[in-house]
Design a protein. Structure first.
Length: 780
């Protein structure tokens, strides 16, 4: 199991949504801490202030202590007298309030202090003086306040002028007031605009105010009386240094680095315009979003249909963004970046988890059938050291593919996997290859493997109804056990065993080194068959057929036999399929036909008039050379062609129907009779066989043998007999193994019975002895 699949497995167990929510939340916090969220928020704000740019009201003006003023006055700090002069001039010109962002805390001569104090008290305008907070020590100790001398405080007000850069190093917010020990100190802008706000609370400075629209004057122009009093009247003035050499400059979001005095002016403008919207904390909004996300998760997990899971976060996102977007536009100052980032992270995480789940599903599920595939089987195998596996090869899968539509193929594979699963401990069946179904051997039957395999293979034989078609999957099982560390070898060896079994027409085969011997055997069969025919190793056995109307054996089936000098008796099931697919089945069939014709002729000479069936592989109908030779052999023999029956398996009816019909018609014309062998195991039903050039149908042994136990099979047999008669077909039942079965067939009106109960296949001499005119004793 790969690390990745382990991770995704865990995630699935934990609940992908809770993981997504948690992850998105943590990611948002991390992004906030990394300054990315504030940066986005700032960009957002900048954009807004750019779009909504407006001019200042003009209520607040700045008196700049600029370099021009410094040059004119000579030194800095200025004397108390100079400041007193400024107050007097401004007051005389009708200023509303005069605020100083100038430090008066340093000592000066008493006389000078008195002059300034007098100016403050005499001024018509209200004077505000600056206080500064200063850190006592560098190691983060307490703060001390730099205050102007007591003498100024009698008539002047004190306003705090400290500003605080944010995480991005920019001054974007402004306080209403600060608290030092027990002293509450309003800020300069708050005093100037007579605004009240909570101590410690801040508001965002309205960045949309155009800085250049704030009226400003050079201090020296005021002192020289060069400013028109109209410009001063009724305005609130903030006096502060702007000259570069005096420092006191701060970075701001929109206007870049500006003197602090302008920050006060912008803050005062913000306050007087009533735009000091308290920053709605992004964290609070994030929590609301989180709550909504959890709600959404609950809704999603409680609903059965998880298909549209991705649509929901999208909808939630739209809903949240649109509702908050409205607020943002109207109020313009809500910090929504963290919430948006959260939703985006949530969406992306969910997408990643969902994609990984889908790929995992796709990786382990067979597309056609929805059954778990070889990878899924490997994942399970990896949990154990060793595994015992069975691979079932569907030998006739190519046929299935050519006959059934894709959905029908899926259906038949699914129904087969259900059947197989039912066999033992409800195993999981895997589709490990195009024509392979595989499973692990469960503990329950590990000690009864062979019995189990036989049951599985026969069980699979009964046909499956797919729409109007009846199909039978021919399964051959391969078994193998071994360490899972070499999984692919294990699986492919088991598959090889299954394939060998299919080739050899075995029900099952355990993988072992003698698999190679089986390959040897196959090669031997192909190499040796011609010689075997020449050397007389091939002979024909005849199995009697009992005519139920007269109670006499008047027919037989010719069954080929191979007595191999070294390998012993090789059953036809072992070599016929090999010759059919890779060798020369025509040659063997003609050989069997010749022997049969000879024997039938001999028998009739000695008074035993028997008709005899010969098995003809369906594929041979497409071989004109074989067809004409077979017909020629029958015609050249001195027996009535009526005494020869060709048994052709039902599959023949399915190939090129018209062509098959034409060939069969030709055979019938000269008198050869035709029988449809193994009826019921293939696709054809009787309706389909209407007008088919055949004389009889042979109901497959599997139905006859199970008739006693299975109601379904009994009904199948009786209804087939009835129907076939209506269509003028004679009916042969093969595999009759006991008297009860024979009695049932009589009852159903079956024409002919064949099976061990009547007689086993025997050679021609024994056949004549047993079934010759004088020897007939079968009266059952
Ligand atoms: P088939 O044509 O269905 O032949 C019937 C098979 O069932 C024969 O097996 C027969 O021995 C067996 N059988 C008959 N009665 C009973 C019964 O009551 N119980 C049981 N359990 N079995 C019974 P066999 O001889 O082993 O032949 C197997 C198959 O090999 C045949 O199935 C046929 O498909 C093929 N085959 C045999 N001889 C030839 C041949 O000359 N040419 C071709 N092309 N195929 C042949
Ligand atoms: Ca047959
Ligand atoms: Ca048969």
């Amino acid at each position: 199991m790969t690390i990745w699949s382990q991770i995704t497995d865990r995630i699935e167990k934990f609940g992908s949504h809770s993981v997504a929510i948690l992850f998105a939340f943590l990611a948002t916090i991390a992004l906030t801490m990394a300054g990315i969220v504030p940066a986005i928020e700032q960009t957002n704000r900048d954009l807004r202030s750019f779009v909504f740019e407006r001019d200042a009201s003009g209520q607040v003006a700045v008196v700049e202590i600029d370099s021009q003023s410094l040059k004119a006055m000579g030194s800095w700090p200025w004397s108390r007298e100079a400041h007193a002069d400024l107050i007097t001039k401004l007051s005389e010109n009708g200023a509303g309030q005069i605020a100083f962002d100038v430090d008066f805390s340093s000592a000066a001569e008493k006389a000078s202090d008195v002059i300034l104090a007098d100016a403050i008290s005499n001024a018509q305008a209200q004077v505000i003086l600056a206080t500064f907070l200063q850190q006592i020590s560098n190691d983060g100790g307490g703060y001390s306040e730099n205050l102007p001398p007591e003498i100024f405080q009698t008539h002047g007000l004190l306003g705090s002028v400290n500003v605080h850069p944010d995480a991005l190093g920019q001054v974007s917010q402004y306080n209403y007031g600060t608290q030092i020990t027990d002293q509450i100190r309003p800020t300069l802008a708050a005093l100037l605009t007579r605004s009240s706000g909570q101590v410690g609370k801040s508001f965002l400075i309205d960045q949309s105010i155009n800085l250049t629209s704030i009226p400003s004057f050079s201090a020296i122009d005021i002192l020289n009386g060069d400013v028109d009093p109209i410009q001063i009247r009724g305005r609130n003035l903030i006096i502060g240094p702007t000259a570069a050499e005096l420092g006191d400059r701060y970075a701001t979001p929109k206007n870049g680095i500006i003197p602090r005095v302008y920050i006060h002016a912008l803050a005062a403008e913000t306050l007087s315009a009533g735009r000091d919207i308290p920053t709605i904390d992004g964290k609070a909004l994030l929590l609301v979003t989180l709550a909504l996300a959890i709600l959404w998760w609950n809704i999603v997990t409680s609903s059965k249909d998880n298909q549209n899971r991705l649509v929901l976060p999208l909808l939630a996102m739209l809903l949240i963004v649109s509702s908050w977007g409205f607020f943002v536009y109207s109020l313009m100052e809500i910090e929504i970046a963290s919430s948006i980032i959260f939703i985006v992270c949530l969406f992306l995480t969910d997408l990643v988890i969902e994609t990984s789940r889908t790929t995992k599903r796709e990786r382990t599920i067979d597309q056609l059938t929805g059954l778990p595939n070889a990878t899924a089987m490997m994942d399970v195998a990896a949990k154990n050291m060793t595994a015992e596996i069975v691979v079932a090869e569907i030998a006739n899968f190519a046929e299935i593919e050519s006959i059934l539509a894709t959905e029908e193929q899926a259906e038949i594979l699914q129904s087969m996997s259900k059947r197989l699963a039912l066999l033992a401990a409800d195993e999981q069946i895997y589709r490990t290859g195009r024509n392979q179904l595989s499973w692990f051997v469960a503990d329950g039957y590990a000690n009864r493997l062979e019995e189990y395999f036989d049951t599985a293979a026969t069980f699979a034989l009964s046909p499956t109804q797919i729409g109007s078609k009846k199909m039978r999957l021919k399964l051959s099982l391969g078994y193998h056990e071994g360490p899972t560390s070499n999984w692919f070898q294990l699986l492919s060896d088991a598959a090889m065993a299954a394939h060998k079994a299919a080739e050899m027409n075995y029900r099952w085969l355990k993988y072992s080194n003698d698999i190679n011997q089986i390959i040897d055997e196959k090669l031997a069969i192909l190499n040796e068959i011609d010689q075997a025919i020449e050397n007389g190793q091939i002979w024909v056995a005849y199995q009697p057929k009992l005519d139920l109307s007269c109670g006499e054996v008047n027919a037989a089936e010719a069954l080929v036999r191979w007595d191999h000098p070294q390998r012993g008796k090789i059953p036809p099931d072992r070599f016929i399929p090999i010759l059919e697919t890779e060798g020369d089945i025509a040659n063997l069939t003609l050989h069997v036909l010749k022997i049969t014709l000879t024997n039938v002729q001999q028998w009739s000479k000695s008074g035993l008039n028997i008709s005899c069936s010969v098995n003809v592989s369906a594929a041979l109908l497409g071989d004109p050379k074989f067809v004409s030779s077979a017909i020629a052999h029958v015609q050249q023999s001195r027996i009535d062609p009526n005494q020869i029956v060709f048994e052709i398996t039902e599959t023949a009816a399915l190939g090129d129907l018209d062509k098959a019909k034409a060939v069969l018609e030709g055979m019938r014309k000269i008198g050869i009779k035709l029988s449809i062998d193994d009826y019921g195991t293939g696709q054809a039903n009787l309706a389909y066989m209407q007008g088919f050039p055949a004389d009889e149908i042979k109901i497959d042994q599997s139905f006859i043998k199970s008739m006693a136990r299975s109601d379904v099979d009994r009904v199948m047999v009786s209804s087939t007999i009835e129907m076939a008669h209506k269509m003028n077909f004679k009916v042969v039942a093969e595999g009759v193994e006991d008297a009860d079965c024979l009695a049932l067939l009589r009852q159903f009106g079956c024409d002919t019975a064949q099976g061990w109960h009547i007689g086993r296949p025997v050679d021609a001499i024994i056949f004549e002895e047993r079934w010759g005119t004088h020897a007939q004793t079968m009266t059952a």
